[in-house]
Structures are given as C-alpha cells and as structure tokens.
Design a protein around this ligand. Sequence first.
Ligand SMILES: *Cc1c(COP(=O)(O)O)cnc(C)c1O
Length: 412
Amino acid sequence: MTYNREYFEQLDQQDPLAPFRDQFALNAGEIYLDGNSLGARPKKAAQRAVQVMEQEWGKDLIRSWNTHNWFELPYRIGDKIASLIGADKGEVVCTDATGINLYKAVATALKLAPKRKVVLMEGSNFPTNNYMIQGLVAQLGDGYEVRFAEDHEFAEKIDEDVAVVCLTQVHYKTGRLLDMQAITEQAQHKGCLVVWDLCHSAGALPVDLNAANADLAVGCTYKYLNGGPGSQAFIFVARRHQNKVNQPLSGWWGHSAPFNFERDYQPGEGISQMLTGTQGILGLAVTEVGIDVMCAADMQQIRAKSQALTRYFIELVEERCGQFDFTLVSPREDELRGSQVAFSHAQGYPIMQALIDAGVVGDFRAPDILRFGFAPLYNSYCDIWDAVERFHDIMLTERWKQPRFNQRHAVT
Ligand SMILES: *Cc1c(COP(=O)(O)O)cnc(C)c1O
C-alpha cells in the first residue's frame, strides 16, 4: 500500500500514548531513533537532579541516607522495575552496571547447579556479556568454560555439561526476540538454569519473568527505561533461589548488618545480598524519574505501538529506499521482533552519519548495520514518515558521499 503523511497524522491523533511525548526533552526538528542506545531525557529528570544536588547533597548531606531514604533507593526502584518485567517485590534491585550484574547472576547460577561447569552463550551477543563470563570462568578455573551457540542451535547445544544458559532476549543488532517461556522450559527440563539479559526488552515490550519461571535476569535502565547515560542496571533473582548461595562480589552493602561493621561477611536476606558497595545516589535518583514515567504507561499499548512503528518503518524504507541495496536484518514478523529495526548496507557508516546530520538519529554497528530504535513513549507515527522522507532524500541526492561523513568517531 502507498501511504502519505496524513495517514500517519491520523494514527498520531488516535494514539493513546501520544500524551507521553510531552514529558520528554526532545530537540525540535530532530527525529530520535536511538532510544535503544540512550533513551531520551524525561523533562522532570533535570528538576530531580537539581533537588538532589542543592537540597539532599548540598544542605542535608550525610543525613539524607535516612531523611531522604537514599538507603532504600536500590530496593524502591527495583520494586518498580519488577512491576515492568513480571517480577515480585523483593526480587529485583537497581544497582551497578549490566555487565557487573551479569557476573553476579551467572556466578550465582553456577553455584546453584554445582555438578556442571559450562555456560552456554550466544557468540553474536553484545560483547561485554561474553567478556564478563569469560572473565568469570577464568577466575573459577577448575574446568569451567564458556560455550557459544547461535539462536537456532541453543536447544541441541544444551547437554548434561551445561549449567547455565545465558541469553539476551532481544538481540542488540538484529532485534530478534527470543521466546523466553519456551527456552526457559527447555533448558530447565535439561537441568540448567537460565540467566536472561533484558537490556533491549525492559520497557520495550511486556516481559513476564515469573510466568516464564525465570531463574535470574539482568538489564539496563539507560535504553528503553530512560534512566540517563550509564544509569544503574538491575538484577532479578527468583524468590525460590534466594538465600541459597552467596554471590562473589560480597561487599558491605550486601551484608546482613552493614552498620555493625563486622569482620566477616554474612549475606543479607533475599535480594539485598546482590548489592555490593555504596550506591551512586545521583544516578539512582534520576533513573527513578524515567522508571516512573514508564510505570504510568500500559505495556500492551507500548508493544502494539512498537510493532506498528517498526512495521511501518520497514515498509516505507523498502518502498522508498529499496532500490539502494538495503537488506533487512531484523525479523519481518512482528512477533519475532523487539523495538528496533536494522538494515545492512556496504556504506552503512557514511549513510548513518548523513542521516544524523539530517536530524534522523540512529546508530551504526560494525561491520555494516544501520540500527534504528523506536520508543513508543516519545516517537510518533509522523516521525516514521518524516525519517524516511529524509532517508530517501539522502540516498537520491547521494549526499552521504560527502567525505565528512566518512570520518569515524570514537562512539558510533
Ligand atoms: C546495552 C547492553 C549492555 C550494556 O552493559 P553495560 O555493563 O551497561 O556496559 C550489556 N548487554 C547487552 C545485551 C546490552 O544490550
């Protein structure tokens, strides 16, 4: 079918999520399609940061741990995140980076499956996941190892040596969505635990960890949860696994009585032992603002709009830029795709730079992928139409061939 801008204007008028856009600070004239890398800033995050700076840190200083409940923040935010990912209160804390939480989660899972020593991972996953677990098995020694498989091979690669299957639900490059429930069931049936990485699913689609009987999970808050650059990540440990083993980064914040300053480590109850050291309060306070915005939205509406945005984007790019040799890398079926779309093109890098220059902000992932993320809380249907207009123009005029678009930046 051939669309026009009026068609997308009408979709915006009918969109129940449209009012959320006004809660975000967006640049006029810019179409931000990189919320899967760094979510946009909720307007209120700035006020919250100033409040912590001037009052809580500036005036109340050390008292704020109690009077402003700084001490509670990792739990309070964790409980809010829990409500977004199908977990219960007391199963999630917001702390540390995703990679560090993954280390703690996989180490914990390995201790829960003591007779086995293999961690099965997806080689093409976001590399830090592989690096962290390679570091973990090197530390453990004694026959522990990482094995890699790609998605169509998971089932056959799970044998009686595999202790932990560690997977990212939505692939960071392709946007492919895995069936959490089916894979968890399969792996558990073969005696393994599963650690899920929700970096590209939390806030992007409905996740139901407990319905899937998930074991452990981690994820970040600076992508679809709009927590801010490098904001604290989260870790989930199913209630049935809590209080059984100790995670290795046993710091004083995870101690059962941190202010007794005892010589020896005693793990705290429940999820609390997943904390390690003093928490970054500035980051947590700002993160909570993004989580609160997300908690006010309906996740089914988010998913429906995300599927529509990505579907229209694929259709329009293929219709209007199809002759320029782009290959769709993301799944075409709505139900197999997260909230992003990737196309490959041999000249992907300069084309993406030209797009960013024209106010269509996506990103490039080596070697040849143009990646576009769709955040239903602040992306409109007209964004899709306007982005593809500019995309088409760049290809038709060959503006991407300007030498300045081939200069590489440190962060792509
Ligand atoms: C974004 C992302 C990360 C980020 O990890 P950090 O520790 O925050 O740097 C990790 N894994 C996956 C799959 C991601 O998409």
